[in-house]
Design a binder for this molecule. Structure first.
Ligand code: GCB
Length: 614
């Protein structure tokens, strides 16, 4: 008999701490654990009326203590001729996991609602005393997860991982894992109703079973201490019934670093260690060290880079040297195949294009992207901006909305805090200034800083004209005082006049902080040609880039830019026939992979900048 090893009281406390979110604390670095993949074909049932979830009085079956055969998560089969069961997963078609549903089935292209997924599996080999978890890389947006008819919990947020312990529930044979995934947009959610991207639904990232010892290393954090280039700092967190006063070892063989720690009564151990001859991670030489954490029978291996990062006036200093962030914004989409990007190959394609453009930086907009692209950026030496999906106008005064936004932020920080490539946590994009919004964002910043004091905080803000001079542009948003890097989006020459307007604009930015222009861009249909004032032509976009790059170069504090955007991406807001056809056309690369003329303008600009910053 396998027992649930998490004692009930701590589990309940955990529930309270997480404000009603029932998923367990995230497991760090799942890839290096003992895993069994649940990727592949899953049976699915489309359920727009959610009749597998609610009874005819619209009460959720999973809140009714009596057995509910009609609830889809019970996976019930008729036991005799008198029984009428109106669903059957095993006769239902299949979808691939990981992948969104919209790009897999023509009739699900525009679907927003509930789809039930089912995967059957055996797990004959769970060692006595070991624990088992099910880990989801992401599912958009709300997931209700059930194993063998029992609810494991619910998770909200389409772009961050979550896991549940299944130690006491899993059987050796014939387990069925059922997930109700609902991607309906809602005013109170994060993101909210209105976005300029496709609301891809489904289990979009890997699903894995993760086996650990009874007491195991749940989490760890290891980076250079702030402003130090030879002192590593962080922590290890154990989990299990017997985690107090336990020995923990940290090994970095190439640095000849071997540290013996002891956990405190909560299973936590602080790390602080001086290292000699550290090779710093940089964009030219992205050195990653083999790092091993062990405790009892658990051993977790990672590859971690170490670099310093700070700002000084308007400069961003990477390993003490000023850097210019030659960036590009990216959506998590593989336009060529269609659908959400999820794999290492997808990440490779996107980052190769960014490299070809001359980038040392990417803005992963407008939500946390999959772990593959973060890990690949770490290997390729590409700096990363990660973003919380607080976009446009969400419900600033709704405590549930804040809890959801904050939870997503915590999950991405938790997942990626060991990646040297990640340098900026971005709180939000183009949010309207108000006292409620300011307080909402301040609380997010405080959360991010309390979890990770080593990275820079920013948000894509908006710029405004000065009241008496339309051509004078400033950043008046009070949130600019709260961030480390002042970033803002601007579309002078596209939404705001024609490209020649750029030469008339005067930037008056009063903050003595680094400035990143987090968006600039114009639409061009790949292959459409005209003169430089023909809207939607490659020539217009080319002209726009020339004028914009000249204009932003005059901003004294400019230390980076992430133009909008690397590749055309799908957006239901973009309906112009023959031009947009459901695509935002601001890509420098078309949806078929062709570089547009403006690609080469930005490439040239970055070549010149990199010479200046050598
Ligand atoms: C913006 C938004 C971005 C849009 C872009 C556009 O300011 O931040 O999500 O896609 O403009 O193309 O209008």
């Amino acid at each position: 008999m396998k027992r649930i090893l998490i004692p009930i009281l701590p589990a309940l406390l955990l529930l309270l701490v997480k404000g009603g979110y029932s998923q367990d604390v995230l497991i760090q670095n799942v890839q290096s654990r003992h895993i069994q993949s649940l990727n592949g074909k899953w049976n699915y049932i489309v359920d727009p009326y959610e009749m597998g979830y609610y009874d005819y009085r619209y009460l959720p079956y999973d809140q009714n203590p009596k057995p509910q055969d009609r609830a889809f998560y019970t996976n019930t089969k008729p036991r005799d001729k008198s029984e009428r069961i109106e669903y059957d997963f095993d006769k239902s078609p299949t979808l691939l996991v990981p992948r969104d549903w919209n790009s897999q089935k023509e009739n699900l292209f525009y679907y927003e609602g509930t789809i039930w997924y089912k995967k059957s599996f055996d797990y004959p080999s769970l060692k006595d005393g070991n624990r088992l978890f099910v880990y989801f890389g992401a599912a958009n947006y709300r997931s209700d997860v059930y194993l063998n008819g029992k609810k494991l919990g619910m998770h909200k947020g389409g772009f961050t991982p979550f896991n549940f312990e299944i130690t006491g529930l899993v059987k050796e044979k014939d387990n069925f894992l059922i997930v109700k995934v609902d991607n309906k947009r809602k005013a109170e959610e994060v993101p909210t109703l209105n976005t300029d991207w496709w609301n891809y639904g489904g289990i979009t990232r890997d699903v894995q079973l993760v086996e650990t010892p009874g007491n195991f290393i749940r989490d760890y954090f290891l980076q250079l201490a702030k402003s130090s280039n030879d002192r590593l700092a962080g922590y290890v967190q154990l989990d299990g019934p017997d985690i107090a006063g336990k020995p923990i070892e940290l090994n970095i063989p190439e640095l000849k670093t071997h540290l013996n720690l002891t956990s405190n009564s909560k299973g936590y151990a602080k790390i602080e260690v001086k290292v000699a001859s550290l090779k710093l991670w940089s964009t030219d030489k992205p050195v990653l060290y083999n790092v091993e954490f062990s405790s009892g029978t658990d051993l977790v291996k990672d590859r971690i880079g170490f670099r310093t990062l700070e700002t000084k006036g308007a400069d961003i200093l990477l390993n003490g040297k000023p850097v210019f962030l030659r960036g590009i914004s990216i959506h998590e989409e593989n336009a060529i195949r269609g659908g959400r990007a999820y794999s290492r190959e997808d990440a490779q394609m996107l980052l190769n294009w960014a490299k070809e453009l001359g980038c040392n930086f990417v803005r992963l907009a407008h939500y946390p992207h999959n772990e593959n692209i973060i890990r690949l950026a770490d290997e390729m030496g590409i700096l990363v901006w990660e973003e919380n999906p607080v976009y446009w106008t969400i419900q600033w005064t709704n405590p549930e909305t804040f809890a959801t936004a904050c939870n997503q932020l915590k999950e991405v920080v938790s997942r990626d805090k060991n990646r040297a490539a990640v340098i900026i946590w971005s709180m939000a994009n183009e949010t309207p200034v108000s006292p409620e919004r300011n307080s909402f964002l301040h609380r997010l910043v405080d959360t991010a800083r309390s979890m990770d004091g080593t990275r820079l905080i920013s948000a894509a803000l908006e710029q405004h004209s000065s009241p008496d001079n339309e051509m004078m542009r400033t950043i008046t948003d009070p949130f600019a005082e709260y961030v480390d890097v002042v970033s803002f989006n601007q579309y002078i020459g596209w939404y705001d006049g024609l490209p020649d307007k750029c030469s008339k604009i005067q930037w008056v930015i009063n903050q003595d902080k680094p400035v990143i222009i987090s968006e600039l861009g114009a639409d061009a249909l790949g292959g459409m040609h005209g003169d430089s004032l023909t809207r939607w032509s490659e020539e217009y976009q080319e002209y726009f880039y020339k004028e914009n790059l000249k204009m932003i170069s005059k901003i004294p504090q400019l230390r980076g830019t992430t133009p909008w955007i690397l590749v055309d991406f799908r957006s239901p807001r973009r309906v112009l026939p023959g031009i947009q056809d459901g695509w935002n056309r601001k890509g420098l690369i078309s949806e078929t992979g062709n570089r547009k003329k403006a690609f080469y303008i930005l490439q040239d600009f970055y070549k010149k900048i990199s010479l200046k910053y050598e």
